[in-house]
Design a protein around this ligand. Sequence first.
Ligand code: PHE
Length: 346
Amino acid sequence: MDLAQLTRNLEALRARAVGAAAAAPDTAALDALEVGVLGKKGDLTAILRGIGALPAEDRPKVGAIANEVRTAVEAALHEARSGLGGAELAARLATEALDVTTPGRPIRRGSLHPIIETAREIAEVFAQFGFVVYEGPEIEDDRTNFQMLNIPPDHPARDLWDTLYLDVEGLLLRTHTSPGQIRVMHEERPPIRALLPGRCFRYEAVDASHASEFFQVEGLMVDEGTSMADLKGLLDQFAHAMFGAHRPTRFRPGYYPFTEPSVAFDILCVICDGEKCPACSRTGWMTILGAGMVHPVVLRYGGIDPERYQGFAFGMGVERIANLRHQVADLRLYMEDDLRFLGAFR
Ligand code: PHE
C-alpha cells in the first residue's frame, strides 16, 4: 500500500466516523463508535498497521494525518455527546419527573395507653408528698395476698375477691395491690411512703363494667403519729389535683379486713355536681378509692411495732379514675388494644 492509498483510507475513515457521530441516536451508539474507530483494535489502528510497508520518509506524513483524523473524530464525538446528553437528560426529566410538592404519607405517632397515662399522673401527684413507687409481683402467694392482710383461709371476707388460683399450691394471681404493703414493710423501715401501681386479676363474669384484669394504685404510709387526719388531708390534695381545686370530698365508713377503721373516699359527682344523676347512681357522690388505718395485725405481719407506729393505706382502680375523665362506656375497651380507641386519647 502506498502513501496516496493510506491517505485516502484515512480521509475515508474520518468522513465516515464524523458522519456516524452526527447521526448517532444515543450516547451508547457514540460509545460503540469511539471504541470501533479509535480503540486499540479499532479501524484507525488497523489502517496504521500498513505504515510499516512505507518508505521511511513517508511515515511521519501518515502519522500527522492520522493525528488529524483522531482529533477530528474526537471533536465530532464530543459535540454529538453534548447534544445527545442534553436531550437524554431532558427525556429522563420528563419521564422520571417527581412532584416534590406532593404531601408525604403521614407517620402515626404513638401515645401512652390511657390507663398507664392515668397511673403515671396519680404517681406524680403522690410524688409531691414524698411517695416513692414500688412494684410487687403479679403472681402472689396466698399468705401475702390474704393471710398477712388479716384475711385467714375460709374467712368470709375472701368473697370480696374472686380469686384466680394457679396450678401451683399456694400461688395465685394477686386480686389487689395490697400485698405490696407487706412486701414494702419487709423491705423498708418507717417512715415509709410507698406507692404501688400494678395489674390485678379477678375471676369475673366479664361485661361492660367488670373486667378480669385491671389496674390498681396502692398507697402506704407508716410513721410515728400517723393519723386519719393525715390520710384525709393527703386524699383531699389528691382529689383536688386530679379533679379540680374546689371538688368537695367526703369519707364514708367502709370495711376492709386490713384497715381499721376503713373508709370509702368520695368526690362530688363530676357529671352532675351533686344534682344526683345516673352516673352517680343518683347519690350525688362517686367513690374513687378505699382506704383506712393499717390494722395493727397487718403492721405486725410487716415486722412493724404497732405500739410505736401507725399507718394508713389506700387503693384505687385506675380504670375508674380514668373513666371519671374520659367517660368510657365499656371497660373492655381498655384491654382490647384497638388503635382506633387508643388513638382517641392523644
Ligand atoms: N385492696 C382494696 C381493694 O382491692 C383497696 C384498699 C387498699 C382498701 C388499701 C383499703 C386500703 O378493694
